[in-house]
Ligand binder design. Structure first.
Ligand code: PEP
Ligand code: MN
Length: 270
């Protein structure tokens, strides 16, 4: 991987730390929590208040949902972004939200604090170049069929346009296994850290697709050295319009946050 000129680890290059509001991604353990999708103002504000009280660093929520079926809920678009802005105003939490179209990048930046590139768009090179020109950090999810090398070249596309603030996000890859939604590739965490100075977080919600597996895989991610976790939270998972099988209620999420923070502290003391 010789031509990973900007994303690569070389000589004196320090690990990247990205400041987003009060959060510092790449320095300690960053927790991102929130609904998969913004469904309504009430639903989003309810989750936002809950995750704020639990002490997350960033709020997630999709206003543009890249769904497998064209008939599934596609997100609220601009209306969803306005709801997220309201949640940020009230809680002070910076917002992570997905952008799926090059034409939307500039105006989504007016609402987002972090631009998420989803697994299905990891190699959408025009979109990567566009977010590379933006003045907001980018959370780049691993493509579900991507090798680590392909993923890092995608980060390189963004850096090469002048945006130095890329957070990698491991969210599971497609394998023959059907017991889980995807196969969480935890070896990617230390493997990526051997190759790049960029921070890496894990999304155990989309990786497993199963509520019961999120706690063990969150702990395992922290043990593997992840810089953070991004987890789906919903106050009423049964009613969720998107990914309800993996959404955690705030009480379960709170227990996991406490455990991962405690594990991280223990590891730092080792
Ligand atoms: C998401 O985080 O809401 C999402 C759609 O994730 P992924 O792109 O990893 O499927
Ligand atoms: Mn989802």
């Amino acid at each position: 991987m010789k031509d990973i000129k900007l994303a690569g680890l070389s000589g004196e290059r320090k690990r990247t730390v990205i400041k987003i509001g009060n959060a510092r991604v790449g320095d300690g353990l960053t927790i991102v929590g929130g609904p998969c999708a913004v469904e309504s103002e009430e639903q989003t504000m309810q989750v936002a208040r809950a995750v704020k009280a639990i002490g997350v660093d960033l709020l997630r929520g999709g206003a543009f949902k890249p769904r497998t079926s064209p008939y599934a809920f596609q997100g609220l678009g601009l209306k969803g972004l306005k709801i997220l802005a309201k949640a940020r105003d009230e809680t002070g939490l910076p917002i992570v939200t997905e952008v799926i179209d090059t034409r939307d990048v500039s105006w989504v930046c007016e609402y987002a604090d972090v631009l998420q590139i989803g697994t299905r768009n990891m190699q959408n090179f025009s979109l990567l170049k566009e977010v590379g020109k933006a003045d907001k950090p980018v959370l780049l999810k691993r493509g579900m069929y991507a090798t680590i090398e392909e993923w890092l070249y995608c980060a390189e596309y963004i850096l090469n346009e002048g945006n130095p603030n890329v957070i990698l996000c491991e969210r599971g890859i497609r394998t023959h296994e059907t017991a889980t939604r995807n196969t969480l590739d935890l070896s990617a965490v230390p493997a990526v850290k051997e190759k790049t100075h960029l921070p890496i977080v894990v999304d155990p919600s989309h990786a497993t697709g199963k509520r019961s597996l999120i706690e063990p895989m969150s702990l395992a991610s922290v043990a593997a050295g992840a810089d953070g976790l991004m987890i789906d939270v919903h106050c009423n998972p049964e009613q969720a319009l998107c990914d309800k099988e993996q959404a955690l209620v705030p009480t379960d999420f709170e227990r996991i946050v406490k455990k991962v923070r405690s594990l991280r502290k223990t590891m730092e003391a080792l």
